[in-house]
Design a protein around this ligand. Structure first.
Ligand code: COA
Length: 147
């Protein structure tokens, strides 16, 4: 897609945009304080999808769980540009990074509304897991990745 890039946040402005979008999509609607960071952010691999003007359209991250397995978290696409393939591009970038880390599988906790997206990308349902903010049901999913 023209002018789009999936890359690691680099500058202070990148990081600000990265955490702002993550918070705006995944936390702000539930009045959560932000932009929050968690204990594994420092050791995670982060990716952002930007347009030709540098606007951040989608963000997500991957962290190593153990020698074989990684976990994708905090996938968020700006609500103004869903269903344009941006989430798919970002996910492909994170999966490529997982392959480069020699990981064999990826797990994630999918929000109920995101299940069709992850199913479309080959993730399998493992089990119903936790409820976030008393209302967002999550499901543990996994996918084997080929190196
Ligand atoms: C889930 C999310 C990341 C998907 O990003 P996206 O850019 O809209 O997804 P894509 O355009 O790449 O979708 C690829 C395919 O996934 C499926 N899909 C995506 N969103 C879907 C939806 N809401 N309902 C049904 N299928 C969906 C479709 O098969 C779609 O292909 P199509 O548009 O040709 O039919 C995005 O909707 C989002 O940020 N949601 C809010 C935050 C969230 O729930 N994040 C996930 C946390 S686990």
């Amino acid at each position: 897609m023209n002018g789009l890039s999936v890359r690691a946040p680099a500058s202070d402005a990148d990081w600000e945009a990265y955490y702002e979008l993550r918070w705006r999509i995944l936390r702000a609607p539930w009045q959560a304080q932000g932009p929050e960071r968690d204990d594994t952010d420092a050791t995670s691999l982060h990716r952002m999808l930007c347009d030709a003007q540098g606007k951040t359209l989608a963000v997500g991250r991957l962290h190593r769980v153990d020698a074989q397995q990684g976990q994708i978290r905090y996938m968020a696409v700006d609500s103004d540009c869903r269903r344009r393939g941006y989430g798919s591009l970002l996910l492909a970038g994170l999966e490529q990074a997982a392959r480069e880390m020699q990981l064999e599988s990826i797990i994630l906790q999918a929000r109920e509304a995101a299940l069709p997206f992850y199913r479309r990308h080959g993730y399998n349902m493992v089990e119903k897991s936790f409820l976030l903010f008393d209302e967002i049901q999550h499901y543990l999913m996994n996918k084997q990745i080929n190196n």
